[in-house]
Design a protein around this ligand. Structure first.
Ligand SMILES: Cc1cc2nc3c(=O)[nH]c(=O)nc-3n(C[C@H](O)[C@H](O)[C@H](O)COP(=O)(O)OP(=O)(O)OC[C@H]3O[C@@H](n4cnc5c(N)ncnc54)[C@H](O)[C@@H]3O)c2cc1C
Length: 227
């Protein structure tokens, strides 16, 4: 049995919002595919599948390139008798104009780390501005009130408070950082029973997170940091 993956390590995707908020170190918890494969008696091939040759029963992997642009592994093929495709999925932007260009997505570890870096930069920048502008606010809008959106909102709320204790007092998160969850349906967490949606909504609002339901036309919401 041969396992092919474009990444060297696996991180359980439901942890990505914690990576994005900076409250989880992926290096400590990611699973090394080479170790995993050796322990379970399977072969691991690092590479991005770029083509399937059904007539020859071969999967072609793109060259693996390092950060400096040097080739580590050349283009290769892996033979198969039975092929299982389990390449996962990515967020749907539903064709809403501007989303693909301006929103930050949370589909991969790379995106989660980039989110974390940009978040920290945004908070540092804002803390600098807040010193001279007492009316400044930082607004974060999260599109989607499913488990990821709700958990991310709670994590961002927590992280902004932690940072305020570590020298960024100017953040004054309870007054100046506005987090909104925009949900197109009538309630957040639509996969859970209504009473749970109601209690989570109450809890989010209690800690100052705004929950906007039926926010189908969220392009017009006054939240410039959507995504
Ligand atoms: C932020 C977030 C939170 C979530 N929270 C939950 C939760 O709480 N509970 C829950 O049940 N589900 C949750 N999910 C959904 C869950 O993570 C997915 O349903 C699950 O990861 C799907 O598993 P998969 O193996 O099909 O795909 P993935 O986990 O996406 O794995 C696909 C793999 O294919 C590799 N790959 C993709 N394209 C190629 C290619 N061309 N060549 C080689 N390799 C490739 C990728 O590197 C990846 O390792 C969450 C998802 C996200 C994004």
């Amino acid at each position: 049995m041969t396992l092919v993956d474009a990444q060297r390590t696996h991180l359980w995707k439901p942890l990505l919002h914690e990576v994005a908020a900076g409250s989880f170190d992926p290096a400590e918890h990611a699973l090394e595919y080479m170790v995993h494969a050796t322990r379970h008696g399977i072969d691991f091939r690092l590479g991005t599948m770029e083509r399937i040759d059904r007539s020859q029963h071969q999967v072609w992997l793109a060259p693996v390139i390092d950060r400096e642009g040097n080739e580590i592994l050349a283009r290769r093929s892996v033979a198969y008798d039975t092929l299982v495709l389990a390449v996962g999925s990515v967020a749907n932007d539903f064709g809403v104009p501007g989303v693909a260009e301006h929103c930050w997505f949370l589909d991969t570890l790379h995106e989660a780390k980039r989110f974390q870096r940009r978040l920290l930069d945004a908070l540092l920048r804002f803390a600098g501005r807040a010193v001279t502008d007492p009316t400044a606010e930082l607004r974060v809008a999260i599109v989607g009130g499913g488990a990821t959106g709700v958990e991310l909102a709670a994590q961002l709320h927590r992280v902004s408070r932690v940072l305020a204790q570590y020298g960024l007092e100017a953040l004054q998160p309870e007054r100046r950082i506005r987090i909104s969850v925009l949900e197109s349906g009538p309630r957040i967490l639509p996969g859970l029973p209504p009473r749970m949606s109601a209690s989570v909504t109450r809890e989010l609002e209690r800690i100052g997170i705004s929950v906007r339901r039926a926010a189908r036309d969220w392009r017009r919401c006054r939240c410039p940091a959507v995504g």
